[in-house]
Design a binder for this molecule. Structure first.
Ligand SMILES: [Ca+2]
Length: 491
């Protein structure tokens, strides 16, 4: 199997490079950052000056979509270049993993001569699985292999390559080491070490996500700034309870923004900003939850729905691309793109052929040269609850299709006239529904078998102090990804 995969990847090298030299690629992907959470996308309450500066220096996408509506399948789509009907991981399913036969972005780039590092939330395979990042093309990894692990910002350990980094100051309820900070430091080190290039720095950061916890220096910027709802907290076991959920949430986004600024500053200090493509985006839409009230922050930027749903608010994400000297500053594009497109885009930047992919390179859009091919269809999928749950969506030009559950009727929306998906046109356009069904019938495969239940619990990752209020009254169950009911199984 390894040899077959190597053969596929090696054959990728047989094309002439388009660019004079292979640019570095830094991909920073936020966790659950909504379409409306950045100043450059209309946010008025949360300060994101560094990411907004990226938008001013580069290209902002108004119609970029994630790979799915929750973490793991979105990452699977991103890394494999296959859409939700083809990729290996279709839902936040326990200990699901990508397969040995999957060819990832990191494998393609490493074979093309790139140093490869991943820092943050992996979510595509545990230590003993073929999905482990070091078995999928990465040279260096620090962070969380498991979705549940990544729910906690003060865990007592992180995965560090094939071993562990012990965070002893987080034992016994301690909050001494904010894991996000360690992850960013390692990414900065990776960039410094590989400054000669080319390198691929994949930074799937763990914030803002669900748990509300942030160091005091970031919180200070927002304390007292917003009316807090009070009392309502995500009651998931192991979580830290914040008395200021809105201030804490905003501070987490601003801390991420601060660190995006540090990464860009390092590229400039090293004099390699002109040789580096920086991409910032999010893995899915914003969480909807009662302690923060996402309407307060207009998290989906006016789009319908949140994380977990297949409406635009669940899958459309901010995306900004910079490449000084190549991407024109302050540009905005409405090119429709989604995560499978990273594979052919990165391959083109590296001067190699991509493996089999559902994506289309967006290089012509960012450099403003050549003709940009468009997707005839885009497709999203979420599988859960032992394959019983199935959510699907597709986009075909102006038409958006949503099937909210396996047995639900297909809804049809006209995004040109109804971007907020208020008017279901399925009855009026039954021919479109048939078109969708036919397309899905021939462009989707059954998901591979995955372990339905997880082996892990919160106790594998966090130690609560005996008086921690989060421990009181909570049941012994790992958190899930639904954002709504902690007692319900995934998604
Ligand atoms: Ca997510």
């Amino acid at each position: 199997m390894h040899d077959m995969k190597a053969l596929i990847v090696v054959s990728c090298l047989l094309v002439p490079a388009l660019f004079a030299s292979q640019p570095n690629i830094v991909l920073i992907m936020a966790d659950d950052l909504g379409y409306g959470h950045l100043g450059s996308y209309g946010q008025t309450k949360i300060s994101t000056p560094n990411i907004d500066r990226l938008a001013a220096q580069g290209m902002r996408f108004t119609h970029a979509y994630a790979g799915s509506t929750v973490c793991a399948p979105s990452r699977s789509v991103l890394l494999t270049g296959l859409h939700g009907g083809h990729t290996s991981v279709r839902g936040n399913l326990g200990d699901a993993h990508i397969a040995d036969a999957d060819v990832t972005l990191a494998e393609v780039l490493r074979r093309a001569g790139y140093a490869t590092g991943a820092y943050g939330k992996w979510g595509l395979g545990l230590e003993d699985s073929p999905g482990h990042p070091l078995r999928q093309g990465f040279d260096d990894f620090l962070g969380y292999l498991h979705q549940v692990h990544a729910h906690f910002y003060y865990p007592f350990w992180l995965t560090f390559n094939h071993g562990r980094m012990n965070l002893t100051r987080n034992r016994n309820g301690g909050r001494g080491q904010y894991a996000h900070d360690l992850i960013v430091e390692r990414a900065l080190d990776f960039i410094r070490t590989n400054r000669e290039g080319p390198f691929f720095c994949y930074l799937p950061v763990i914030i803002p996500h669900v748990e509300l916890a942030v160091p005091a220096d970031s919180l200070a910027e927002y304390l007292g700034k917003f009316p807090e709802i009070g009392g309502g907290q995500e009651p998931r076991i192991g979580y830290i309870v914040s008395p200021n959920p809105r201030a804490t949430y905003a501070a987490m986004v601003s801390r991420l923004d601060r660190d995006v600024g540090r990464i860009v500053a390092l590229l400039e200090d090293l004099g390699i900003e002109g040789e580096t493509v920086v991409i910032f985006n999010s893995d899915n839409g914003a969480q909807s939850r009662f302690d923060v009230n996402e309407e307060f922050f207009n998290a989906s930027g006016g789009l319908r729905g949140y994380k977990g749903s297949m409406y635009e608010g669940g899958i459309r994400v901010p995306q900004i691309v910079t490449w000084p000297g190549n991407v024109r500053p302050g540009t905005v594009t409405d090119h429709v793109t989604y995560f499978p497109d990273m594979m052919p885009t990165f391959a083109e930047l590296a001067g190699v052929q991509p493996p089999r992919t559902d994506g289309i390179s967006f290089v012509p859009t960012i450099i403003g040269e050549g003709s940009q091919a468009e997707h005839e269809w885009l497709y999203w999928e979420l599988v859960g609850d032992g394959n019983k749950l199935l959510r699907q969506a597709a986009r075909h030009g102006r038409w958006k299709f949503v099937r909210a559950s396996r047995d639900a009727a297909v809804e049809v929306y006209d995004l040109d006239t109804d971007e907020r998906e208020t008017k279901d046109l399925a009855t009026r356009h039954s021919e479109l529904v048939e078109h969708f069904e036919r397309w899905v019938g021939s462009n989707r495969t059954q998901p591979p078998e995955q372990p339905a239940r997880s082996r892990v619990t919160y106790e594998d990752y966090v130690q609560l102090s005996p008086v921690d209020p989060a421990a009181l009254g909570a049941r012994r169950r790992p958190p899930n990804e639904s954002g709504a009911d902690p007692q319900r199984p995934l998604p």
